[in-house]
Design a protein around this ligand. Structure first.
Ligand code: MG
Length: 383
């Protein structure tokens, strides 16, 4: 039995994680949940799974339950859930969006929980620190993303020194067939229509700008210990090949499947086993797979990710915070789609973030907050 603490239960990854849990009721037990502002869904999930500890986003969201549970709220509440400890073999499933997911991951590791990670920002902002902590506390970290799940499966039984490169596929997001010129007046509604995957608004925009792919490159670097110059990306509109690994002898392994996030979620929770679940069959009779270069010119956010990674220090935190702020501004109609790129470009080229040595977790969280707040303030948004 694995005891699960699921952060972000009402989101896309959260609800699909609960589907996987429903399918394996004797293998998983939900001990903790954090819920968002969809209170009807929150109520349903809480009454179905009866978690011992529940974190609401805001105090005013709290409603009475039919049973006794520990109730917490806000960012501190997320930490309380991450720290809660009653069982052996506890797992934190982190499906939060944004840098808000980082501190709970750190707390959970320090409480000796294993981590199933869908929160990209944890590794983007603090991949080096997280890797040290999982070693120190001797816990596992398994990715939930489809691309990293694919790479993990391709690497099963392989030797690290024989890897030539990782190739991460990208669907291209909602605007993959548009030129830069055509992106000038796309709307929020257009951007939120992802062709292959049904995801939350933040990650759907990140997919359209390709920042999502940039983040995945950074995550792959930390998850698999591979240099950035050995991590490539390729456009693959069908999202059937979830990623590939090339080895020194020229052999290439890929993982394929339908676009259903329950597959990587189930693999992460059962790692390294493939537990039976009902998903659509991949129909090979009409299957055509296409691949195309992902150009830095067309998708500058991908370039920014490599640049920030190369600069190191605080720049990955700055990259993420500038992106979070820019996506917020776009989703709330303050800026156009192309301005997302300009805001990030400007921020990661500022010299004021250079530091000698490795910045602490506190410094990274502080710069994240400051950059986010300052960018929003420039557009008249006061939080
Ligand atoms: Mg992905």
């Amino acid at each position: 039995m694995k005891y699960l603490y699921l952060l972000g239960a009402c989101g896309s990854i959260g609800t699909q994680t609960l589907d996987v849990v429903r399918n394996q009721p004797t293998n998983f037990k939900i001990v903790g949940l954090s819920v968002g502002s969809n209170l009807n869904l929150a109520k349903e999930l809480i009454e179905e799974f009866h978690p011992e500890i529940i974190c609401f986003r805001k105090k005013e969201h709290i409603f009475p339950l039919s049973y006794e549970a520990i109730i917490v709220y806000g960012d501190e509440g997320l930490i309380e859930v991450a720290k809660y400890h009653r069982y052996e073999n506890e797992w934190l499933v982190n499906a939060l969006v944004g840098v808000a997911g980082l501190a709970p991951t750190v707390e959970a590791i320090q409480t000796k929980k294993h981590i199933a990670l869908a929160n990209k920002e944890t590794l983007v902002v603090a991949g080096d620190i997280i890797n040290q902590l999982i070693k120190e506390y001797n816990v596992s970290l398994v990715p939930i993303d489809s691309e990293h799940s694919a790479i993990l499966q391709c690497l099963s039984g392989e030797k690290h020194e024989q890897i030539k490169r990782l190739i991460i596929t990208a669907s291209g997001g909602s605007f993959r067939d548009k030129t830069l010129e055509e992106l000038k007046d796309v709307t929020v509604e257009d951007a939120l229509k992802h062709p292959n995957w049904n995801m939350g608004p933040k990650i759907t925009i990140d997919s359209a700008t390709m920042m999502n792919k940039g983040f995945e490159v950074i995550e792959a670097h930390y998850l698999f210990g591979i240099d950035y110059n050995q991590i490539d990306t390729v456009l693959h509109p069908e999202s059937i090949v979830h990623s590939l690994v090339e080895f020194n002898d020229g052999s290439i392994k890929a993982e394929l499947g339908v676009s259903d996030m329950r597959i990587p979620i189930a693999y992460a929770l059962n790692y390294p086993n493939h537990f039976r679940q009902e998903v659509n069959n991949l129909d090979f009779s009409f299957l055509a797979l296409h691949f195309k270069e992902l150009s830095f010119e067309r998708f500058p956010c991908l370039k920014f990710a490599y640049q920030a990674a190369e600069k190191g220090g605080l720049y990955l935190a700055v990259l993420n915070a500038a992106n979070e702020a820019a996506v917020y501004l776009f989703l709330n109609h303050y800026i156009s789609f192309l301005e997302i790129t300009h805001i990030i470009d400007k921020e990661i080229n500022k010299l004021e973030y250079s530091r000698d040595g490795i910045p602490s977790l506190e410094e990274r969280l502080k710069v994240s907050k400051d950059v986010y707040k300052n960018i929003l303030k420039e557009y008249g948004v006061i939080l």
